[in-house]
Design a protein around this ligand. Structure first.
Ligand SMILES: Cc1cc2nc3c(=O)[nH]c(=O)nc-3n(C[C@H](O)[C@H](O)[C@H](O)COP(=O)(O)OP(=O)(O)OC[C@H]3O[C@@H](n4cnc5c(N)ncnc54)[C@H](O)[C@@H]3O)c2cc1C
Length: 393
């Protein structure tokens, strides 16, 4: 039987970045990945680095909006994290942080931007409300119906095909072991630690990090824990390449839209349009081993929003649509930290973990190495699910 200080379940961005920080701190680390590293959400996402409060937090009323303002503390850390990431990992990651605009078209949406800006200011995030004319001065590609925008100077994008592999390579360089095609099965608590079957490997670990994205709840169940993180299917669209004309990240406060132009010139269009999760053949629930099915209405709705806000994209050919599965907790906030019910089990994931993945990883690794949370994770701790886990015997 192999032994390791920390077993990390999942070779996405969160797992590989956590492995890097832990290995660098001198711990022995094994990352077990069911398939290939970076093969699902971490490699399939839109690459947006969005630091202002996301639109999904604004559509469920003021209470959720106020609660979500807590994420801004993490976003502020993430800005510094991304600014230093290419230097830290010693390789280009396609990081472009030229600023982002969240646009509004109607008076109600402008009002929402204004309220959002005030919450962000209170949380120490520099966003600035500008009118439609000022927005077009800054971003001449925006259409005439943009009435206002919230400008966030640090926003941008990075290349999801590069970031996780770079963390994985750096983790291995620091001494971590990453095993692909090694699904974790039969994870269980034993005296003084944990045991798991990871593909052909039988492993004993002092601690376990559940970094399994949409499978967090499944891995939690192996340990008789409830971790209410749910899979949601999303849709992405990408146009043919063209000369650079969108240097910013563009989002919409009232419609599902995010846009940016990748380094190669393609315009990536997303923003939270649903796709349909596959069902298991026996009707017992979602089959996360298969990609979600595209929904025609999502593609049409996404492109309509894109061409309304950036009319020039109407002249570009759509070259590909793809779907992916994102993990979102029951209250939408990230879940990062140790499970109080079962010391030695840590979770990290939920929500926009491309933007926040490197930050989750650093904070979680600090927590594991120092044996205590430095303070920033209290709002995101799995302790908030103890009312469920206290019934889990
Ligand atoms: C279409 C789409 C667009 C998105 N756009 C953005 C964006 O623009 N900006 C942003 O910030 N976020 C975005 N996200 C969200 C972001 O991609 C995810 O939050 C992030 O990649 C999650 O990283 P992760 O490491 O937690 O999970 P994942 O990348 O899903 O990795 C989890 C890993 O766990 C593995 N695993 C599962 N079960 C087991 C097991 N039993 N044993 C071993 N391994 C297992 C899986 O195979 C997987 O590789 C988007 C997501 C999608 C789907």
């Amino acid at each position: 039987m192999g032994r390791t200080d920390v077993l990390i379940v999942g070779g996405g961005l969160v797992g590989c970045a956590t492995a890097f920080h832990l290995a660098r701190a001198g711990l022995s680390v094994l990352v077990a990945e069911a398939g290939d590293v970076n093969a699902v959400a971490s490699g399939q996402n839109a690459g947006s680095l969005h630091f202002q409060m996301e639109r999904r937090f604004l559509e469920q009323g003021d209470a959720v909006m106020a609660q979500a303002a807590r994420v801004i503390r993490l976003n502020r850390r993430a800005i510094d994290e991304w600014r230093g990431l290419e230097a830290l990992l010693g390789t280009p990651l396609g990081v472009a942080m030229n600023g982002g605009l969240m646009v509004a078209e109607t008076p109600e949406q402008v009002d929402l931007l204004d309220r959002k800006a005030r919450l962000e200011e209170a949380a120490g995030m520099a966003t600035r409300l500008i009118d439609g004319g000022q927005a077009r001065d800054r971003a001449p590609y925006l259409g005439p119906q943009v009435a206002a925008a919230l400008w966030a100077p640090d926003e941008g994008h990075a290349d999801p095909k590069k970031v996780t592999p770079a963390f994985a390579a750096a983790a291995v360089h620091e001494g971590a072991r990453i095993v692909s095609h090694s699904p974790v099965r039969g994870l269980r608590k034993v005296a003084g630690g944990f045991e798991a079957q990871c593909g052909a490997l039988h492993v004993r670990a002092d601690r376990v990090v559940i970094a399994a994205g949409a499978w967090i709840a499944t891995i939690g169940a192996m340990l008789n824990l409830h971790l209410p993180v749910f899979p949601l299917g999303l849709t992405m669209n990408v146009t043919e390449r063209c000369a650079p004309f969108i240097p910013h990240l563009v989002q919409h406060v009232g419609r599902r839209l995010s846009m940016k132009q990748a380094g190669a010139g393609n315009v990536l269009i997303g923003g939270g349009w649903p796709s349909r999760l596959a069902q298991r053949a026996d009707g017992t629930g979602f089959d996360l081993s298969r990609p979600p099915a595209p929904i025609a209405g999502s593609i049409a709705g996404n492109l309509a929003a894109a061409t309304d806000i950036v009319p020039r994209v109407a002249g570009l050919n759509l070259v590909r649509t793809w779907t992916g599965t994102v993990a979102v907790s029951s209250d939408q906030l990230p879940v990062v930290g140790e499970v109080p019910r079962m010391r030695g089990v840590y979770v990290a994931g939920g929500g926009s973990a491309f933007t926040l993945g490197p930050t989750f990883a650093r904070l979680l690794a600090d927590t594991i190495v120092e044996g205590r949370d430095a303070g920033d994770l209290a709002d995101f701790s799995p302790a908030r699910y103890e009312h469920l886990n206290s019934f889990m015997g």
